[in-house]
Design a protein around this ligand. Structure first.
Ligand SMILES: O=P(O)(O)O[C@H]1[C@H](OP(=O)(O)O)[C@@H](OP(=O)(O)O)[C@H](O)[C@@H](O)[C@H]1OP(=O)(O)O
Length: 443
């Protein structure tokens, strides 16, 4: 297929700007050791809280694997390609390559579907998690239905779930059984069912005003000028939307085909950091701390995760946990609200259009948090001094905000999130009050 034409060693030809691709970034950029061995696990990082601890339950919330651009972005790429092939002039080899060799191979019908690399992302992640937690993600547990799979209804998520199962089956050479999955949009696409989010944020242009304002910022203007100069095009023709399309085009060519595309020459690292910030702003205001409802729309998933942990915690007292593992596959817009609800990556100062420089040291860097196949893993351990909960982001331990221990007592975590556990009601948070209407109508 067209996406497989050029295959190169993964360490060769990495664009310098690859670590700034945000939600369009490759998983390997957050864990570069995988470039040498895609099945490698970091045993020093992934160990039980202490030797007497036995893992009893694992819940993983995973973003789908690498995908094609959405139809909206394919159209932007088409407009960019038309402009550059018609009007750009310079003597650089890369531009010559774009005009004479590069083909516009993206089509509308690709619309966010999974690519082969995306299936591999999940096949390999499945094997690594099985190697990291062999007593939970085991052949025996798979065969006895103690591993449950739940996915969003979108093709890219269903296909990722199927690939994850395939990865496990191949790892254990299971050929005589098939395993199903549950499609559950209430859990994995809660944002689509939260009316308050839809009205106040999704359909409300004012909710993303910082994203719009950043398009006319000095930083973005400088990027436009740089690109206009590199292509010897009129500045007015290089709009922020086309700049973004070119940046993502470089990212798609790299994540889908592993090539350092000639399009990547349009950017240096300074430009890339600006575009990374533009994407972080979108994620911040649409899916994270920007508006309370972004986080609260994930209450339903938060309760689901904790009810599984509670169930395992209760059952282990009688010696047997029914559901050893839950694998839940969704979107960046599933993971980010949940992470924010739990207080991860919260910067003191909000990300805005006019504080790009100040935010140079922000913790909210989506390139590091939600690349393709990003994963949140909760592992409950039975230890001598009680139950402990370990949290991993992208296969690395991450301390719960406000709790010093890397695998605190489960009760301490429940204490930390008491308000959410006792409240955070999806129906209540998501209803639109009849009298007040939308939060931004008067703006
Ligand atoms: O900018 P695009 O069209 O790619 O936006 C996608 C979302 O991608 P993201 O902003 O996270 O990079 C996509 O999220 P994903 O996790 O499924 O990749 C989302 O589901 C999709 O609806 C697009 O959102 P938009 O509202 O059209 O911007």
């Amino acid at each position: 297929s067209v996406e497989n034409v050029q295959v190169v060693h993964p360490r060769i030809n990495i664009p310098k700007i690859a670590k700034y691709f945000g939600t369009k970034g490759r998983y390997e950029e957050v864990n570069p050791y995988l470039l040498d061995d895609i099945r490698a696990i970091n045993k020093t990082l992934l160990k039980p809280p202490s030797v007497d601890c036995v893992p009893v339950h694992l819940t993983a919330v995973i973003r789908h694997g690498t995908r094609y651009p959405t139809a909206k972005n394919v159209q932007k790429i088409q407009r960019l390609y038309d402009l550059v092939s018609r009007e750009a002039t310079n003597d650089e080899k890369w531009l010559h390559d774009i005009i004479t060799k590069w083909k516009m191979w993206y089509t509308d019908d690709m619309d966010g579907q999974i690519v082969e690399k995306g299936r591999d992302d999940h096949r390999h992640l499945a094997v690594r998690l099985a190697k990291s937690f062999p007593s939970l993600i085991s052949e025996e547990n798979l065969r006895s239905n103690r591993i449950k799979f739940i996915t969003s209804s979108k093709h890219r998520c269903v296909d990722s779930t199927v690939a994850f199962i395939e990865g496990l089956k191949k790892f254990w050479e299971v050929k005589d059984m098939d395993f199903g999955y549950e499609v559950n949009d209430s859990l994995m696409r809660f944002f689509d069912q939260c009316r308050r989010f839809i009205e106040d944020v999704d359909k409300n242009k004012m909710a993303l005003k910082e994203v719009e304002l950043f398009k006319s910022s000095e930083e973005m203007k400088r990027v436009q000028i740089n690109i206009a100069n590199r292509l010897q095009l009129q500045y007015s023709k290089v709009t922020p939307d086309l700049v973004e399309a070119a940046f993502y085009l470089c990212s798609y060519e790299f994540s889908i085909k592993s090539v350092n595309s000639p399009w990547c020459n349009l950017f240096n690292e300074v430009d890339a950091k600006v575009l990374e910030y533009a994407n972080d702003l979108k994620q911040y205001w649409k899916r994270a701390y920007g508006h309370d409802i972004n986080r609260k729309s994930s209450c339903i998933l938060f309760h689901d995760v904790f009810s599984r942990l509670d169930q395992a915690a209760n059952e282990i007292r009688f010696g047997h946990v029914t559901e050893a593992v839950t694998v839940q596959v969704g979107h960046a817009e599933t993971l980010l609200p949940l992470l924010s609800l739990m207080g991860f990556f919260r910067d003191e100062t909000p990300l805005t259009a006019d504080n790009y420089v100040l935010q140079g040291n922000r913790t909210f860097h989506t390139s590091r948090i939600v690349p393709y196949a990003a994963n949140l893993v909760f592992v409950l351990y039975d230890c001598e001094e009680g139950l402990r909960l370990q949290f991993l982001l992208n296969e690395r331990p991450l301390a719960f905000p406000g709790i010093g221990h890397s695998a605190p007592l489960y009760e301490a975590v429940r204490g930390r999130y008491r308000d959410l556990l006792e409240g955070c009601n999806f129906e209540e948070e998501c209803q639109v009050p009849k009298t007040s209407g939308s939060k931004y109508t008067e703006l």
